[in-house]
Design a binder for this molecule. Structure first.
Ligand code: FE2
Length: 133
């Protein structure tokens, strides 16, 4: 797996959301590095818990933000978040059932989802803010 470096192209120009995206990228990089090093189960649980808490916080922050700015595609965007949550939960279920590979796949999947989600989907409300301002 290739780790994602934070880059300018991921920036939406909305400071708080950029900060959250950046933090997620950092968390995922760190998590993946720990997995590669063969982190202990306790550490893994800790990373997973933190990641999930922050993902949840971030996605609902975005949803609230879109509502506040009156973004017309908020519902659709929420559905895309929910689809991600569903896929994430399925992948996690595989890990909990003892599939050791599933955890790396979970991190890799979250990474690639986040990257393309920022580039394609989040960009839409960022454009809306720019045009509307
Ligand atoms: Fe989003």
């Amino acid at each position: 797996m290739i780790l994602i470096e934070w880059s300018k192209e991921l920036e939406l120009g909305i400071p708080e959301i950029d900060r959250q995206h950046r933090k997620l990228v950092d968390m995922l990089n760190q998590f993946y590095t720990e997995l590669e090093k063969g982190a202990k189960e306790e550490a893994v649980e800790h990373f997973l818990e933190n990641l999930e808490k922050y993902l949840k916080y971030h996605l609902s922050y975005e949803e609230k933000y879109m509502e506040e700015i009156g973004f017309p595609e908020t519902e659709n965007h929420r559905k895309i978040h929910n689809m991600f949550k569903k896929l994430y939960a399925e992948e996690k279920e595989r890990y909990l059932k003892g599939d050791q590979k599933a955890l790396r796949e979970l991190v890799a999947f979250t990474f690639s989802w986040l990257f393309s989600h920022i580039m394609k989907t989040d960009r839409k409300y960022a454009e809306f803010v720019k045009v509307g301002a």
